[in-house]
Write a protein that binds this ligand. Structure first.
Ligand code: SF4
Length: 371
């Protein structure tokens, strides 16, 4: 049975874990939320100690053939685009390593012409010479294609389903390979079969009613823990942010509800890492580090070349798939979305230390396998 089979049944009612989880998402008063938060804090300390894994995203292309209504990189948006060469990727990676990062997430849009499988493998190989932990957030691939990236040094894969509501998914993904809901849904299982050590799941909150989305996501996590137990599973709850195209969220997830959601996941899945990005404001990030979050990005840029200005000479404007050269671009490539926490990685690390949490820059080295 695949997770697609599970989702076609009713995930909300399929196990006791999910029934209990759904109850934790019910509206609750301050007293009940405080009690849930205290429990989440205790469980986080028991399972993860007072530590926080830090990573940075490294965008290497914002080319994309898909039309995703909510994304700044959508093919429909006439934006400045570029794909970094291997040398340019290396300079960005060395810059981030110089800031202390030993864990990088390689991110790109989906465009077979600009981001061929071979280019992806070459990018992974370059970056894995610089940092020991390389994860991918790229177009879904076949198992054999994933194996090539693992052979080049990738160890983690992030793939968010965006929304588990098939009807809503259909209205938001109107062109390109991403239209295929089940091809995306089955990606974590293909990635597991290929041998990734870490697998990241998530939904983009704002596209569908949040409780419904959270229950489907919990069902997916539960499935992966049962069937794909050799990999570490993490989960994330990104909320929609302003981006090119001006898409507005259809459904709200308030700050209070996000706190409740993080705590509910922590209590239900004590061993699962929870990832939080710089999309969220400082006060909320500083709150959630105590309540369940175990991995954070810091100092992020969401455009290719965003850290060091690499690649500006090859910037071009793309209008509905047609490339127009620009001679006077006075900005870099378009970011995927706006971030809220603009602190430097060092400032984030200092804030964590002040809160009694050890920032962890490195928690993996392939040499471990040779011991
Ligand atoms: S969400 Fe991903 S696939 Fe969709 S437009 Fe953005 S980069 Fe492309």
């Amino acid at each position: 049975m695949t997770f697609a089979d599970v989702l076609k049944s009713n995930p909300a009612l399929s196990t006791k874990t999910l029934v209990d989880f759904a109850k934790l998402l019910d509206p609750m008063d301050d007293r009940a939320l405080t009690s849930l938060a205290a429990n989440a804090k205790k469980i986080t300390h028991r399972f993860f100690g007072r530590t926080m894994r830090l990573f940075a995203p490294l965008y290497f292309s914002n080319e994309c053939v898909n039309s995703c209504s909510y994304c700044g990189f959508s093919r429909d948006n006439p934006i400045l685009r570029l794909t970094l060469t291997l040398d340019q990727v290396e300079r960005e990676a060395r810059f981030l390593a110089g800031l202390g990062f030993r864990s990088l997430l390689l991110v790109s849009g989906e465009h077979p012409k600009f981001i061929s499988n071979q280019h992806l493998v070459d990018v992974v190989r370059r970056v894995s010479r610089i940092v020991p932990s390389v994860s991918l957030e790229v177009a879904p691939l076949e198992i054999d294609e994933y194996r090539m990236t693992i052979g080049a040094g990738a160890e983690g894969l992030i793939v968010y389903q965006e929304t588990y509501d098939r009807a809503i998914y259909g209205t938001l993904h109107t062109a390109g390979p991403k239209k295929d809901f089940f091809w995306r849904l089955e990606t974590p299982e293909r990635a597991y079969a290929a041998g990734f050590r870490r697998l990241g799941l998530g939904a983009l909150f704002g596209l569908a009613p949040w409780r419904q989305e959270a229950i489907a996501l919990a069902s997916h996590v539960e499935f992966m823990l049962r069937r794909c137990w050799r990999s570490q599973v993490t989960v994330a709850f990104p909320r929609l942010r302003p981006a090119a195209g001006g898409f507005q969220p259809h459904y709200a997830l308030s700050d209070r509800e996000l706190i409740q959601l993080v705590c509910a996941f922590r209590v239900t899945f004590p061993q699962v890492g929870i990832v939080l990005s710089t999309r969220e404001p400082i006060w909320l990030r500083d709150t959630l580090v105590h309540l369940g979050v175990t991995t954070m990005s810091a100092g992020s840029r969401t455009s290719p070349g965003g850290y060091t200005g690499q690649g500006t000479e090859s910037l071009h404007l793309t209008v509905r798939g047609r490339i127009h050269n620009v001679s006077d671009a006075n900005s870099g490539a378009e970011p995927q979305f706006e971030i809220e926490d603009h602190r430097s990685p060092q400032e984030v690390a200092e804030a964590l230390a002040k809160a009694g949490i050890d920032p962890v820059w490195k928690d993996w080295d392939a040499a471990i396998l040779n011991v």
